[in-house]
Design a protein around this ligand. Structure first.
Ligand SMILES: Cc1ncc(COP(=O)(O)O)c(C=O)c1O
Length: 397
């Protein structure tokens, strides 16, 4: 893979230094130690590790007018017709806490996942569950082992709570380096975090290898598997790690209604795990409390709207094919994606690139890792993707 030719030894060496690496995000306002000011680089960008740096817009409160919003992996087609109908019908119940209704949703999810309702923990989006898990597990220190680059939500909170991050570079084929991750586990490790398919790379790790890893490693330390994008795969159910819960393994699988269900703004997510693990998390947090009454109904309806889910998957794949081919035609080297977003290296500094794309009214994300600048573009409608490719042509004239 030409796009990631790097000196692997140096890469690993750098990565070993990142356990206590800088971390900051103006969005979240966390630093390594929550009582200290944020640590940003000289240009004010968030640095997650020596590898992984994210370029941020000038101010997170300035939302430019965009004709193509391709910066947050939202689903342009949602919410589904059935979810919208359920929302309308349940809106008048918005004066009530959704206690009984939340249990109904949990029963439905448990049935779908083939576990018991006691294995389900609900949250207003899976971010909330990632963060609450981090808060509870890392309040007395410890380290989290994950890939680098990875989705940073759990890791940032683990560090803010007092933990450290042990980043392990992805393999050159973009899969998780499971062997190195297992070796990175030490007596201080409280959790292994795996995002599969991974964000921001959009790539996958072989399900059989991952199942074997999770099964073995969870005997020593819990493994958190973030499956936010799994349902974009044709055989998502087969690639899930949920089956390990019924084998008694200490696995926490997180899922969200924000992606394939198109409900990012309605905020519903859940975790599937051992009852004892969830008890530990819920002893000091109340995750389900954050979900609104109408959102509970919308989620129940969305689960039944198979027509919409199929449509989302198909249209997402069509957009992905179009973007992949268009990028190649423009001599970029996109990384084959299994998700609703795609990355490719750009020969332009990230902040300037974001500025130029915004001037074209197209929102994307920019990162720096493995000695390169990268653009991450979310899959929108075909019309939006055409605006994206047109904007890119103008920016790189
Ligand atoms: C890998 C991954 N996990 C979790 C989330 C959180 O999504 P939400 O809080 O909307 O469920 C996201 C959102 O982009 C994500 O990319």
């Amino acid at each position: 893979m030409t796009s990631i030719k790097i000196n692997r030894r140096n890469w690993l060496k750098t990565s070993a230094l990142t356990a206590g690496g800088l971390m900051a995000s103006p969005y979240l306002g966390f630093s390594k130690n929550p009582s200290l000011a944020l640590e940003l680089d000289a240009e004010g960008n968030a640095i997650y590790s020596p590898f992984f740096k994210e370029y941020l817009p000038e101010s997170s409160r300035e939302f430019p007018i965009l004709e193509a919003r391709l910066n947050a992996n939202e689903n342009p087609y949602g919410p589904s017709p059935m979810a919208l109908e359920a929302l309308k019908k349940s809106a008048s119940g918005g004066n009530r806490y959704a206690w009984k209704e939340l249990f109904q949703l949990m029963d439905k999810i448990a049935d779908f996942e083939g576990v018991t309702p006691k294995n389900i923990m609900m949250g207003p989006g899976s971010s909330d569950l990632l963060e609450k898990t981090a808060m509870v597990l890392f309040m007395n220190g410890g380290n989290v082992v994950s890939a680098d680059p990875a989705y940073m939500s759990l890791i940032r909170v683990a560090e803010a709570a007092g933990g450290t991050w042990k980043p392990v570079p992805l393999n050159e084929d973009w899969s998780h380096d499971l062997e190195a991750m297992e070796k990175a586990i030490d007596s201080e490790t409280k959790l292994v975090y795996i995002c599969n398919p991974n964000n921001p790379t959009g790539t996958i790790t072989d399900a059989k290898k991952l199942l074997d890893f999770c099964s073995r490693v969870s005997e020593k330390v819990p493994v958190f598997v973030d499956e936010a994008y799994l349902w974009f795969l044709e055989d998502g159910a087969k690639q899930s790690m949920v089956s390990l819960i019924n084998e008694g393994k200490d696995i926490i699988v997180a899922r969200t209604f924000s992606k394939i269900h198109g409900m990012a703004g309605l905020r519903v997510g859940y975790a599937v795990a051992q009852e004892a693990t969830l008890d530990k998390l819920q002893k000091i947090t109340r995750a389900g409390m954050g979900i609104s009454y109408p959102s509970v109904y919308a989620a129940m309806a969305a689960m039944d709207d198979n027509e919409f889910l199929d449509k989302s998957r198909t249209l997402n794949a069509e957009a992905r094919d179009y973007v992949f081919k268009s990028l190649q035609e423009m001599d970029f080297e996109p990384v084959a994606s299994h998700t609703s977003f795609m990355i490719f290296p750009i020969e332009m500094e990230g902040k300037g690139f974001l500025q130029k794309m915004t001037e074209q009214k197209v929102g994307v994300r920019a990162f720096q890792f493995m000695d390169k600048n990268w653009c991450r573009v979310s899959m929108g409608t075909m019309e939006e993707m055409k605006l994206f490719t047109a904007a890119l042509r103008k920016v790189f004239v």
